[in-house]
Design a protein around this ligand. Structure first.
Ligand code: PLP
Length: 372
């Protein structure tokens, strides 16, 4: 068989395997979370931790592999490389193994041990760097050195994901909301790492002309909120985010502020307090970015209540908290990092139960757009 025929056959088989894997997978759940302190407002969390690789990044990894295959960027034996905070790399290692390709994840040395183990469990290799900002250049260099391909989620997340349909996360949310009291959410709130999930949700809402507002969420040590609030692009930070998976030290190409109606910057101790409170209310651990999402959703509830509006809000449960048992769920680690948050967790319970807004939060978070 001619080399070109052999190559075409390999690419086609690779796509068939990914589509077959998709066919074998069921959709993620939409879980109602009762807010006694906000009568008339229904909150739902989209549980992306139930994907085979435990996070929302399973969707992106599938899209990035299909995008690279259909662009002719991957061949039999290509080494696949990615710059990641961990979640994307776990999902990409899964698809690389499905296709029989070597996989290298370039990550900050601070990435949790569980995530590193999860990548190695999927057959991937981890390349750790001290400076989080060096992950891009290192990924390029490693891919070039091995004659492989750098998937580059930060650039292609917004391009590789089908924002019009194809059971993307937004289409799945609207389908699952159909029989609820308020089937069209007043708000969808979620945080950004690449910005790909927000771009997909915002574009889908605009394309389908849904009467839904989209609220972005940012942790400390990230530039997305300031970029949204000022339009300034050339912002760079020395240190990276402390909330794994979200927040970036530079404005990433896949962050699309034009799809947002509002943004919230949440102090890290409140993201972690909300993570603990939600884990207790769900009876299982969720990741820290889900805590950030919950407070952004509550900022949307606050805006609705100030207008006397009833309706529904949807946010994302991005990943399983078991990955952080040695960090965010370890009190000694939290106090060592200056992130002890028991008081904040208790305050978030009171906020959900009684709608009692903690002064410390109101004085330290930042709001922009229609929630301000
Ligand atoms: C745990 C977690 N939450 C949220 C996100 C944000 O997703 P996106 O990259 O689509 O903005 C990420 C991204 O890596 C993540 O790992």
């Amino acid at each position: 068989m001619a080399a070109s025929e052999q190559r075409r056959a390999w690419v086609r088989e690779a796509i068939r395997r990914i589509e077959a894997d998709f066919q074998r997978s069921s959709d993620t759940h939409l879980i109602p979370l009762v807010l006694p302190g906000f009568p008339g407002i229904d909150l739902y969390v989209k549980d992306e931790s139930s994907h085979p690789t435990g996070s929302l990044k399973h969707r992106l990894a599938r899209s990035l592999f299909l995008y690279a295959l259909c662009n002719g960027w991957l061949d039999e034996g290509s080494t696949v490389v990615e710059a990641s905070s961990g979640s994307t790399a776990i999902s990409e290692a899964y698809f690389a193994r499905l296709l029989g390709l070597p996989f290298v994840a370039v990550m900050p040395r601070t990435t949790s041990r569980q995530k590193i183990a999860a990548i190695e469990f999927q057959g991937g290799r981890c390349h750790l760097v001290d400076d989080a900002r060096a992950v891009y250049a290192q990924s390029e260099r490693i891919a070039a050195g091995l004659g492989g391909h750098y998937l580059d989620q930060f650039t292609y997340a917004e391009r590789a994901t089908d924002w019009r349909a194809n059971n993307n996360i937004a289409e799945s949310i609207y389908t699952q909301m159909q029989r609820e009291s308020h089937p069209c959410p007043t708000w969808i709130a979620c945080s950004a790492g690449t910005g790909g999930t927000l771009a997909t949700i915002g574009r889908y809402v605009n394309h389908r002309r849904h009467d839904t507002r989209v609220c972005g969420a940012d942790p400390e040590f990230s530039v997305f909120f300031d970029h949204y609030a000022t339009g300034e692009r050339a912002i760079e930070l020395q240190a990276g985010s402390r909330i794994e998976g979200i927040g970036r030290p530079r404005v990433e190409p896949s962050f699309v502020p034009g799809v947002l109606d509002a943004m919230v910057q949440v102090p890290d101790v409140w993201s972690l307090g909300a993570m603990h409170a939600l884990s207790e209310r769900l009876g299982r651990r969720v990741g820290a970015s889900t805590g950030t999402n919950l407070l952004a959703a509550l900022a949307c509830a606050r805006a609705m209540r100030s207008r006397g509006a009833h309706g529904s809000i949807v946010t994302l449960l991005c990943d399983d908290g078991e990955r952080y048992r040695d960090t965010y769920f370890d009190d000694a680690w939290l106090s060592q990092q200056g992130l002890a948050c028991a008081g904040q967790a208790a305050a978030v319970h009171r906020l959900i139960e009684r709608g009692a807004w903690p002064d410390e939060l109101l004085q330290t978070w930042r709001l922009a757009g229609e929630v301000a």
